[in-house]
Write a new protein. Structure first.
Length: 450
């Protein structure tokens, strides 16, 4: 990946004797361009500047405006430069949208609530998606289908990739279990331990900060091996992460919108790289904790890594734009706001599609007295079985898929096989399994006539 060009020193440009006066900069320049884009020098240098300014002077004016509008944070880079961000109109608009769409009610005729009986299923599906794609970003090669089978069957991981996904799934469960707790040093370490168990060369490093005795770590381009990020030294890591925990808990820095705070937490953990491995996964998991902790409950159902994975270069560039432009976090914030919005929009689409599937299954049973006897879990399975003849279900898989008790899962499936004949009950050794018959549609039509 090409590293962005480092911007010229705006201060030197402004102080050159042959440039425009200070007032001209203020009148001519803005934090964003005419299209509202918050451009990095790497892109801006290819655009035509306003009349009377060179592109370098234009950049200097932009930086002047941005710094005047920026908020400084209590975090510094290894060079001693404070991290900061500028609250643009786009950020205001995006956070307002998230306040309405991630912390409020979802616009769907099939709501995600406890009464629908499907909330736990959606959470599990989301956890599997996030666990898989977050691990794939870090190099795991296992497909989502295999990952889903492993998690729902509760079988042991067979290789390193599966172990990463297995760990990530349980890390997300840990986040949900601790969503109401304040972030602490021990919580960060425990999260990392869960994420990296049985995946490190030195297992003693799971849940342990790197030290000065560890080899230097860095982030490099996978193709060129060019160093993209060299984290701060190991000395003082514990103190810096403690400061990050205080920030996450709302201590210091004044008011910062909760979503922006979650994004900054994500960035700063990744920037610090406090562990020898698993930093990206830990950073993304902490983002989830921060969002859910602040009441953005819809975050439980989305996968940001699924969106990030489709454009990993843009994800990396957002980091690099910040690092190369005096620690301006605005680039990363804007990128992540877009990621979150896309993930929520995809959830809306998924819910609409799922609603349609349930309705199709209900319409198929139109007129049948058993329509009222089937719960939403069974209707969901019925639609799946129609689309997947000869698919084999078992009680444990069904139990984990819907996060229900074993007896409830057993009752659902036995009713589908013994009472309605929608599934064929078989034995696989000592295990009871249920087969989706190829003639399921005919069986449903037959039941409708009874």
């Amino acid at each position: 990946m090409k590293v962005p060009v480092t911007p010229p020193d705006y201060f030197k440009i402004i102080n050159q004797g042959d440039g425009p006066d200070f007032l001209t900069y203020l009148k001519t320049c803005n934090a964003v361009d005419e299209k509202g884009r918050y451009l990095h020098w790497d892109k801006l240098r290819h655009h035509a500047p306003p009349e009377g300014l060179t592109v370098e002077q234009w950049w200097a004016g932009i930086k002047l405006i941005r710094l005047n509008q920026s908020k400084k944070l209590n975090f510094e880079s290894k060079d001693g430069i404070s991290f900061n961000f500028t609250k643009t109109d786009e950020i205001e608009e995006q956070t307002h949208w998230l306040d309405k769409n991630a912390a409020g009610t979802i616009k769907s005729s099939f709501p995600i609530d406890a009464k629908s009986g499907m909330k736990k299923e959606y959470i599990i599906k989301s956890l599997i998606r996030e666990a898989t794609t977050s691990s794939q970003i870090e190099g795991a090669t296992t497909t989502r289908e295999v990952a889903k089978e492993m998690i729902l069957q509760d079988r042991a991981p067979k290789n390193h990739s599966e172990q990463m996904i297995y760990n990530n799934y349980h890390a997300m469960e840990f986040i949900l279990e601790n969503k109401s707790e304040p972030l602490t040093l021990s919580m960060v370490l425990e999260l990392h331990k869960i994420l990296t168990t049985n995946t490190l060369k030195d297992e003693k490093k799971a849940g342990v900060f790197r030290t000065v005795k560890d080899a230097d770590i860095y982030v490099a381009d996978e193709v060129t091996n060019k160093v993209l990020h060299l984290p701060p030294g190991a000395k003082g890591i514990e103190k810096r992460i403690e400061r990050l925990c205080r920030f996450a808990n709302g201590q210091g820095n004044g008011f910062i919108h909760p979503v922006l705070k979650a994004i900054i937490l994500h960035f700063m953990l990744a920037y610090e790289h406090p562990f020898i491995d698993g930093n990206g996964r830990t950073a993304r998991a902490l983002f989830y904790w921060a969002m859910i902790n602040e009441g953005y409950w819809l975050t439980e159902f989305i996968s940001i890594s699924q969106v990030i994975k489709r454009s990993q270069t843009q994800y990396a560039k957002a980091f690099l734009y910040t690092e190369t432009d005096s620690n301006d976090l605005t680039y990363f914030i804007l990128h992540q706001l877009d990621v979150i919005k896309k993930a929520i929009s995809e959830l809306h689409e998924y819910l609409s599609e799922r609603t349609q599937r349930i309705q199709e299954a209900q319409e198929l049973l139109l007129g049948a007295t058993l329509k009222k006897e089937l719960n939403l879990r069974q209707l969901s399975l019925l639609h799946h079985a129609l689309a997947n003849p000869n698919f084999i279900y078992n009680i444990n898989q069904y139990k984990r898929n819907y996060a229900i008790a074993y007896d409830t899962a057993r009752k659902d499936l036995l009713q589908m096989s013994d009472e309605f004949s929608f599934l064929r009950k078989l034995k696989d050794g000592k295990t009871l399994v249920f087969l989706a018959p190829a003639d399921l549609k005919e069986r449903i039509e037959k039941m409708k006539k009874i």
